[in-house]
Design a protein around this ligand. Structure first.
Ligand code: HEC
Ligand code: HEC
Ligand code: HEC
Length: 127
């Protein structure tokens, strides 16, 4: 039974170690950290509801791509009922001009790296 104490001490040390990143961030005041995103200044509303966009913008982009590439369609209707061109660069980046301070900032925080820019050209980067 002598080992029981050691096992418990071992477990306690293990728990402290694996939760260390949490303690460390709480101590540094970073627990609630979310990246500051640059929002469009002149418009208030995205092509869909904001909470939908947060969770499903990639699905909307897939849908747009399929409709453009496979069905030859051009326009979608935004949530205000206005026609919008289904274009990643002209429409999305038309409002979200600063891809670095919007798309990329959130993606690097969330650790995602869409491969779209292997082919699609950010209009800003051609200047
Ligand atoms: C007409 C301008 C406009 C267009 C076009 C547009 N957006 Fe937005 N988008 C906005 C605005 C304004 C907000 C912020 C809305 C808010 O704060 O409630 C936003 C919010 C978002 C968000 C949520 C950000 C957050 O707060 O977490 C994402 C993601 C997003 N847009 C991606 C896209 C993508 C992808 C496209 C193209 C399919 C697109 N947007 C097209 C104006 C636009
Ligand atoms: C508020 C955070 C946020 C913003 C802003 C944002 N994204 Fe995303 N995006 C995500 C997350 C999180 C994922 C991964 C979701 C998943 O894996 O299910 C993602 C995934 C994607 C994907 C799919 C990538 C893949 O490999 O599956 C595309 C395409 C994409 N985003 C495009 C954009 C574009 C274009 C913009 C800017 C106009 C943008 N996103 C802005 C959070 C964001
Ligand atoms: C291998 C190259 C390649 C990659 C990678 C790629 N695309 Fe495309 N995409 C194209 C081509 C080519 C078209 C057709 C262009 C046209 O019809 O104007 C297109 C069209 C589109 C369209 C509709 C037209 C437009 O102007 O936007 C959308 C939306 C789109 N792609 C989204 C995406 C997204 C989102 C990703 C990343 C998840 C992506 N694409 C990755 C090559 C690519």
């Amino acid at each position: 039974m002598r080992d029981k104490g050691r096992i418990i001490i071992g477990l306690v040390i293990f728990l402290i170690l694996i939760t260390f990143p949490v303690w460390y961030n709480v101590a540094r005041g970073k627990a609630g950290y979310v990246p500051q995103l640059e929002k469009p200044a002149t418009v208030k509303q995205c092509v869909r509801d904001t909470s939908f966009m947060k969770a499903h913008h990639m699905d909307l982009l897939d849908e747009w791509r399929d409709r453009v590439v496979r069905k030859g369609e051009v326009m979608d209707i935004d949530m205000a009922g206005k026609p919008v061109e289904m274009s990643l660069t002209r429409t999305c980046l038309g409002c979200h001009h600063n891809r670095e301070a919007f798309c990329n900032r959130c993606h690097s925080y969330m650790d995602v790296s869409p491969y779209c820019w292997d082919c699609h050209v950010d209009p800003k980067e051609t200047k």
